[in-house]
Design a protein around this ligand. Sequence first.
Ligand SMILES: [Cu+2]
Ligand SMILES: [Zn+2]
Length: 175
Amino acid sequence: MRSFLTMCILPLVAGCSTMASPPNSAATEIISADLITADGVSVGVASLTKQNDGLYLAVSAQASTSGTFGMHLHSIGKCEGPDFATAGGHWNPGMKQHGRDNPMGAHGGDLPNAIVGADNKVLLVFRIPDIVLKGEGGLLDADGAALIIHEKQDDYKTDPTGNSGKRVICGVFKG
Ligand SMILES: [Cu+2]
Ligand SMILES: [Zn+2]
């Protein structure tokens, strides 16, 4: 999966026009991340792509269980198990509180919950707001960023974490 996506960084590489996932043909991959568990086992990939109408995040992974799980962009691109504390807090360039349902929110890194069906597969593609990617305060600043999926549902309001529990899956975005 990762090598396939990486191969498609150049949109004109033969074969990329048949790429299944992104919804339109002008997609340009910006960066991708291997997703790992606390034991360091690779379980999928996440990628950021730029399309005609904005930035998209795609997540494809095998979870250990079905359910609804908090998912965020954290501020440091470092995934050291078992607790992934090295990834820091939620990416928060606007100095807000956590959660879309919090009047003082939300963090720039707050994402919708990942809903995992009975097959335990996570397969999500969604548009994220246009954000600053590079340079000071950008998502892909010197220390990068991490995508984290948690053990519990994000309640979209409890600061600073949405009560989403442990960090279960982590991937490093480094630009
Ligand atoms: Cu998180
Ligand atoms: Zn948050």
